[in-house]
Structures are given as C-alpha cells and as structure tokens.
Design a protein around this ligand. Sequence first.
Ligand code: MN
Length: 353
Amino acid sequence: MQARLERLRQKMKQEGLLALLITNLKNIYYLTGFWGTAGTVLVTEDRQVLITDDRYITYAQSVVTDFEVVSNRDALSVVAQVLKDANLRELAFEDEVSVAYYHAMQTVFERMQLTPTTGVVMGLRMIKDEVEVATIQRACQISDQAFLDALDFIKPGKTEIEVANFLDFRMREMGSEAVSFDTIVASGYRSAMPHGRASNKVIATGDALTLDFGCIYNHYVSDMTRTIYVGSVSDEEAEIYQTVLAANQALIAEAKAGMEYREFDGVPRRVIERAGYGSYFTHGIGHGMGLDVHELPYFRQTATDTIQAGMVLTDEPGIYLEGKYGVRIEDDLLITDTGCTILTRAPKELIVI
Ligand SMILES: [Mn+2]
C-alpha cells in the first residue's frame, strides 16, 4: 500500500497536481485497502486522508494503516479544511464524477481552481504487484475448475441459464464472492453473438457452446472463454476453432513487455485474416483486468504505447458467422519481461462432449 501511495505522489508531481480528490471506490481500495460504499480520499504532498462515515469507521480504522481516517458525512467539508490548512488554491479530481457531484464541488470550493483528470490512479492500476497477481491467479483457478466441472454437467436438454447457474454456483462454492460479469452461455446460432447472455434456449446435440465467465475473488476478477461442442462438430466449425486457437496461441508466443499495443492486437488478428476470416473477428483482442473486469489498457490498431511487465491482459480472438455459430477462446495473461504467463489453465484442445 505504501508503495502505491509513493507511485501516486510521483505521478502527481509529474503532472503538476498539488492535491488530488479520489472518489472512485476501487481506486480508493487500491490505495488504502478500504472497501466500502462511502469513501473519499484526498492526497496532497504531505497528507493523505480517507473520509468515510460512522457505518464504516471501525472497519476503516482497522484496515487502513497509511492514511488519516476521518468520519464525516460531509466529506467535501473535510477536504476543504485540509486544503485551507495547507494554503492550497487548486484541486484536481477524477473526471468520472457525476454532474451533480461536480456542482457540489463548485459550491464548496468556490474560489478554487478545479482540474479534471483522467486515469491517474487507473494508470497505476495497470501494473499489478505480487499480491494482486496472486489474487488474480486464484480467481483464474476457480474459473478453471468450474469449467472442468461444467463439462460433466452440460448435456443436451439443459438450458443455457442452467449451465450459467451451475458455473456461478460452483465458483461461489470455491470461494468467489460474485461473478465478474453476467455469465455468457451461448449455444448453437447464439454462439455467433459475441456477448450472448445465457437465455432459456435449450442446448441441442450438434450445438457449439461458448462459455464466457469469470469470478471475483478478494475483489479481483478472472475472465475466461471456452467454446466446446455438444455431440458432434462439423468440419467448418473445427476449422474455425483451430484458426481461433492458433490466433490465441500466436499472441501467447509473442506477448512480452515492450510490444506495441497495435501489435498485441495485430499478431492474432493477422492469423485470422490469413485464414480468410478477418471480417468475422469483430472486436478488439482484449483488455486489462484487475479490480475491474475491463480496465486499462485497451487496444486499438493505431496505439503505439507498449505493454509492460506486470500488466494482466486478456487474449480473446473470435470468429462469428452470423446465424450459424461462433468461436471465442480467451485467456488471461500476465506480461513479463521475457514473455507472458498464462493464468487461465483450462484445456483448449477441441472438446466434444
Ligand atoms: Mn474479456
């Protein structure tokens, strides 16, 4: 936690921010260890304060070690006092606040310069430390095991929702606190919809079945996708499957610190293009994940930023033939200086159950 605060102060210095108001609750957890619905953080050059209310104060005092902890339901008045004590006339804030909150700030900080910022703490969160990596790894192990167990559960005649409920419940049994997003179970023609949430459709023999799911373990997420076949698989589906798998594996072979964002997307995309399915890979290759299931960085074909050691990124190529079927395979990768570590270990060979 101390290291995170130091990194934040360094970044504030680089960006010329004398005081930063942090209202994003996950950013607050990241910096302080406090997880709750009422939290406001102010960081200046020499003070860091967490403001919560009486519902959380005992808990906050027990888990937060590096911040002053204050209970006050009027958090902005506390912020105003700290700024006044330090003679500060400007305040930076996270630009994701609501318009109503911004108006409240304009009232409280009437004579101060208010500066919106984007991605200050989110930028720090891109690089995971050892504790974060270990936590994400556990979340991935839980979803790996739930997938293996689901292979025994899935039968023709079950509905997609029944399969989703099974996955969700198994992950809970293994210690997850929630799903990281609504579980996607998309069978047959619905597998061509990249985000086909589980429906009442009955799974039939001959269906492709895409399972995209993840859990939250100690606040950190997993996010994985596997496509399997029920009863049988056609030659075209098998060819598409092997193409998507080759794309997924090409990125695993190439990914390492220093790779440009556009290459992270480009390496697997070229595999799919060469196979003639380029126009059927309709989304980006992946995203960062951690406290949020979608967080920085995101990948575009024009981005020349480079990926860095400590990032946890998804590798999720897909091919979708509308009205017929689709395939997506998704792993979570930890980027290292020499390559990457695959955090999701569930089998990827073509499975027919
Ligand atoms: Mn994903």
